[in-house]
Design a protein around this ligand. Structure first.
Ligand code: PRP
Length: 180
């Protein structure tokens, strides 16, 4: 069975992603030179974007990983998240960049950003690969964004459905028959 059997179509190709990652990394390289930024990868969905992005950044960076899980569904909760794995280092006086794969309702990231902002970083910004503005329930925007996308269920390049398809090189639209 092919990895792509459950994909309706490719929404963003690996070539388009690679080009956008380069552009984002160039911007971050310029804006964070001499700042020794601390980039936080929010597991699991961001891991591929994160790994590609930092390798295109031409300045020293430090990295951290956080794993979070939501309490209940995003549409019924306040976005409150449980920290399953926290950063090892303090964020105090650091220039922090949260790296996310996707902003959907915005609840997760809004909660997370507020939580991390209380740790006295010098600055805190969000870099996200994908944004689904149609789904937003709370006002939050990425400071650095790859693509705005329509409201489709997307998989690949780190994003999953039922923990599968994260290893697809392209971002694809999942067939409706798979989840309905
Ligand atoms: C995804 C994504 C964000 C969140 C966005 O994570 O990585 O953290 O959902 O949704 P929201 O804007 O509606 O809050 P997910 O919970 O799917 O976990 P994963 O990264 O481990 O796949």
């Amino acid at each position: 069975m092919s990895l792509y059997n459950d994909a309706e179509s490719v929404l963003i190709s690996k070539e388009q992603i690679a080009q956008k990652v380069k552009e984002l990394a160039k911007t971050l390289t310029e804006e964070y030179k001499d700042k020794n930024p601390l980039l936080i990868c929010i597991l699991k969905g961001s891991f591929i974007f994160f790994a590609d992005l930092i390798r295109e950044m031409n300045i020293p960076v430090e990295i951290e990983f956080m794993a979070i899980s939501s309490y209940g569904t995003a549409s019924t909760s306040s976005g409150e998240v449980k920290v399953v794995k926290d950063t090892d280092k303090s964020l105090e006086n650091r220039h922090v960049i949260i790296i996310e794969d996707i902003i959907d309702t915005g609840l997760t990231l809004s909660y997370l950003k507020n939580m991390l902002a209380r740790r006295a970083p010098a600055s805190i910004k969000i870099c996200a690969l994908l944004d689904k503005p149609d789904r937003r329930e709370i006002e939050i925007e990425a400071d650095y964004l790859g693509f705005k996308i329509p409201n489709h269920f997307v998989i690949g390049y780190g994003l999953d459905y039922a923990q599968k398809y994260r290893n697809m090189p392209d971002v694809c639209i999942l067939k409706k028959s798979v989840y309905s």
